[in-house]
Design a binder for this molecule. Structure first.
Ligand code: 5GP
Length: 212
């Protein structure tokens, strides 16, 4: 079973950079392109960063039950199309979901291959200065995002893993290690383990004995 790496963070924690770095290191991982009603930013491409849709189109997707999860974030709606996970499953590809904290926690227990990661800033002060140095937001939405951060950080206790983003290279290395370890879980390795066990004449039971 492939890994669905679900990465969440309060905005300004550096998640987007981390995700881009991980995807560059791991070309076999697909990126789950979300749909959003948010206007496209300069440098963003439709179909690569997001699928940009109207409010009506988004509502239509909810009504047709096409979304695995969706959430309202800062006045816009974002959702993961079920088709993204289905296609990764069909092709046996690992997939990375970059979604908000609320959406990520709604997947816990519902998506068996999900491995959840929370990216935490090293301190409140660093978080605030990183958020302010970003040029994509006006002052109003900056204040909104700052106000939301504390509430979002509280959700980190529900996640499987936490990456503290102090040093970017180190954080990328930790994230990659989580992916590598997730791939090596016994349950995911079964298709590869069984033929090896068979060659050795060993059964797959935990109390395995050599078969005669
Ligand atoms: P931004 O507008 O900065 O690209 O994203 C705002 C927030 O929406 C980020 O935390 C991002 O991870 C989250 N987000 C992006 N796609 C999805 C999605 O499909 N579902 C949910 N729940 N959140 C998403």
């Amino acid at each position: 079973m492939p890994v669905a790496l679900v990465i969440s963070a309060p905005s300004g924690a550096g998640k987007t950079t981390l995700v881009k770095r991980l995807l560059a290191l791991e070309p076999s991982v697909d990126f789950a392109v979300s749909v959003t009603t948010r206007p496209r930013r300069r440098m963003e491409a439709d179909g690569r960063d997001y699928r940009f849709v109207t409010e009506d189109e988004f509502t239509g997707m909810i009504e047709r039950d096409e979304l695995l999860e969706w959430a309202g974030v800062f006045g816009n709606r974002y959702g993961t199309p079920k088709s993204a996970l289905d296609s990764a499953r069909r092709r046996g590809r690992d997939i990375l979901l970059d979604i908000d904290v609320q959406g990520a926690s709604s997947l816990i227990g519902r998506v068996p291959e999900a491995v959840t990661v929370f990216v935490l800033p090293p301190s409140r002060q660093v978080h605030e200065s990183r958020l302010r140095s970003r040029s994509t937001e006006d002052e109003g939405s900056l204040r909104t995002r700052l106000g939301e951060a504390a509430a979002e950080i509280g959700w980190c206790m529900q996640f499987d893993h936490v990456v503290i983003n102090e040093d970017l290279d180190e954080a990328v290395a930790v994230l990659q290690s989580i992916l590598v370890a997730a791939r090596a879980r016994l349950s995911r390795m079964m298709p590869r383990i069984l033929p090896i066990l068979k060659e050795f004449g060993v059964s797959s039971r935990p109390d395995a004995e050599v078969l005669t």
